[in-house]
Design a protein. Sequence first.
Length: 479
Amino acid sequence: MLDLLLFSPTWALAGLCAVLLYLYLVWPLSTFKKLGIPNPKPVLLFGNYLEYWKGVNLFDKECYAKYNKVYGYFEGRVPNLMVGDLEIIKEITVKEINKFTNRRPLPGQGEIFDNSLLGLKDADWKRVRSAITPTFSSGKLKQMAAQIEHCAERLVASLAENQKKGTEFDMKHLAGAFTMDVISSTGFGVDVDSLHNPDHPLVTSAKSFFEFNFYDPKAIILFLFPSLFGILERFGITLFPKKALDYFKEAVDSVISMREGESNGKRPVDLLQLMLQAHNEELDKKHGISSMEFKGNAIILWVVGYETTANTISLTAYNLAVNQEAQGKVHAEIDALLEKREKLDYDAVHDLPYLDMCISETLRMYPAATRFDRICKEDTEVKGLHIPASMIVSVPVYAIHHDADLWPEPEKFRPERFTKEEKESRDPYAYLPFGAGPRICVGMRLAQLELKFALAKMLQKFRFVTCDKTVVSEDLRTQ
């Protein structure tokens, strides 16, 4: 009887399924051995995820040093080729861009993200990028400078309130309010004043995108079984909060409807209007941006423009607070400039080279995107490195920015690394805070303008100092 049970069709099928599952999980783990590329030993099912407990950036730094800049690792069963060699990075992001055009597909993002510059591919990405890029030109940003300046002055007023109270404050909180106000006003013509209206739906919706939890069941499925997420998407389940996405969709639709009912002379100059104008012009040329592509990029601008710039403002303030000599140089630079100019306007904030050096050094130490990636379209060889089709190729930005051979004493804050002479003597691919090549961050100029306005306006009136709650560390972002 026992023998019959052991050899029944049900048990045979279960055994076959177990073997197939095992092969499914194990087979990819020999990828880098076949390619002759070193990699840390993966664990069945998890790959190298368990090593992330020490912090992703520290994991990257250790592997970058141990495996001489080029190595593989596994996200679950998915192989990922990490490339820190600057010559290879240049080939991938610029010279061989036709073979490495696209970013990795990330299941669970939903149609909004799939139709944005983050998710679009090949000809669709090129078409939309070409239409949207003029929106961020120097001339267009100058038209919005007064709105950014107004938000910066509101930030300064908040600092003044804290000064009167004589209490410490959280710079990240204030910086987040500033960037939310900037992106709301310059992006969509909406005055939020988020510091005094923290429960405004725009504020709460944007923040919810960054309340990411690795222990969320959806995140676990995404990382371990990415192919299964396509099934979840059919039921409307995405990695990002549906309530926030729905709110942003409705908000964008509402603003568009309102703009369509206004005459040209009454429409404000903001990014949404400029994108809408580009949208209409492209439709006239029959190279149109679809409504969903327009909406996707508008929402991405809203979400991404909030958190990353706020982080850099607060981290620059931190660096200056613990490096008073550098802060003194910025103060002297601002004072000298204001002897020649009436106020810190668009032209003035672009005439503060030492402040710009401090911002650049902060972005080196704490890049907003600590990695970026591309997908290899076809089997190719780059500088002697064979890269098979469909391979995810990632660039460890944080590890490169902390390479002592490229940046002596990389954990130290040294703005002088970004003098004209230093920049000219250094490989440009050693500094990648906004990515590289044609897919470099389209909103880079807007972010830089926000940083300069916020920091210059604050430093015109105040000096940053640490308090008892300040965590002083040489490496805040190993995690």
